[in-house]
Design a binder for this molecule. Structure first.
Ligand SMILES: NC(=O)C1=CN([C@@H]2O[C@H](COP(=O)(O)OP(=O)(O)OC[C@H]3O[C@@H](n4cnc5c(N)ncnc54)[C@H](O)[C@@H]3O)[C@@H](O)[C@H]2O)C=CC1
Ligand SMILES: O=C(O)C1=NCCCC1
Length: 314
């Protein structure tokens, strides 16, 4: 008797079963808290391996994780490229392999790009719910790529902003963003213009040098720093890093991968999971930075969610 081959769940199917990133919020909150609980939380997740592809300015990330609470075992393979000449190829591409944890059989191969976009935005939304100032009115997004769209979608679903602003290095992409999303967006000509007076800021660019200066940021604002995932890449300047209360998804990852954390020497106050568990306070009245690097266990719970929904319909 031959073994059952793995199923393939492509981007359209993933999108169908994960039409709103907010569907992942309960599973992600639990996964972040379990991760920060150490061995007792049952998350097994090494810091990812990132293999440079120097000739082409690319990177291959390998991201395995097991979550005991979900009894789910996955690994994501994600590539990201700095300067792609063909703009029809996305800068980030990903695949998630889902295994049967009881015997190691590969059960499914899932498109990982939609999962990456949605789980990253959902984690930023979790951070924002905990850390943003009371009465936040202005959302500012720096960058107009894949992550900008997924962040816009969940932030405007969960929160009520009076104004949403966007800035991108090339203005055409920002203009396109404003014309594609479902609500009004102000296109700004400079990052400073976009950031001034904003209560919640998302940085989601491929920048390798700071694009956000601390002296533009309103005291008490909350920043989700999503890009700059290499130890020598930056999105935020030293002033912002040093004068904010710094939250991360994983201390080990931040101290290995984040140029903003490593090069600024900023002190990490807490992991998001520690705030979710109640062992560290959130401090929403302070200026806060959530430095997101992305964790494999986020992909694990997202892939399980999609696979379970797909299985229920088949
Ligand atoms: N924290 C996490 O879990 C994850 C983080 N990321 C990171 O989020 C960032 C955005 O990812 P995507 O939206 O998928 O990328 P994308 O390629 O779709 O969009 C990137 C945007 O950055 C802009 N950009 C490129 N070079 C720039 C520069 N030097 N300065 C300022 N802007 C620049 C581009 O015009 C584009 O609008 C990347 O740094 C990526 O690695 C991506 C996935 C997960
Ligand atoms: O978590 C992820 O997935 C990624 N994080 C940083 C950049 C590449 C993809």
């Amino acid at each position: 008797m031959g073994s059952t081959p793995p199923v393939f769940i492509g981007a359209e199917e993933v999108e169908k079963h994960l039409h709103r990133a907010s569907l992942l919020l309960p599973a992600l909150e639990a996964a972040l808290a379990n991760f920060s609980a150490g061995a007792a939380g049952g998350v097994v997740q090494p810091v990812r391996t990132v293999l440079p592809v120097p000739r082409h300015g690319g990177y291959l990330g390998v991201m395995p994780a097991y979550s005991a609470a979900d009894d789910a075992l996955t690994t994501k393979l994600v590539t990201f490229y700095e300067h792609l000449k063909d703009s029809s190829v996305p800068s980030h591409q990903a695949t998630v392999l889902l295994f049967d944890p009881s015997n190691g059989t590969l059960k499914a191969v899932l498109d990982g790009s939609v999962i990456t976009a949605k789980r990253t935005a959902a984690v930023s939304a979790i951070a924002t719910k905990l850390l943003m100032p009371a009465f936040a009115e202005v959302l500012c997004i720096l960058g107009a790529g894949v992550q900008a769209y997924s962040h816009y979608d969940i932030f405007t679903e969960l929160f009520t902003f009076k104004e949403v602003r966007i800035w991108n290095r090339t203005k055409e992409r920002a203009v396109k963003f404003a014309s594609c999303v479902s609500g009004p967006v102000r296109v700004c000509s400079s990052a400073q213009e976009a950031v001034t007076g904003a209560d919640v800021i998302v940085t989601a660019t491929m920048a390798t040098a700071p694009i956000l200066s601390g002296d533009w940021v309103k005291p008490g604002a909350h920043i989700n720093a999503v890009g700059a995932s290499r130890p020598d890449w930056r999105e935020l300047d030293d002033e912002l890093m040093k004068n904010s209360v710094l939250f991360v998804d994983s201390r080990d990852a931040a101290l290995t991968e984040s140029g903003d954390v490593i090069l600024s020497g900023a002190e990490i106050f807490a992991e998001l999971g520690e705030v979710l568990k109640g062992t560290k306070p959130a401090l929403p009245e302070k200026t806060t930075v959530f430095k997101s690097l992305g964790m494999a266990v986020e992909d694990t719970v997202a892939a399980k969610f999609v696979y379970d929904a797909w299985s229920a319909g088949n």
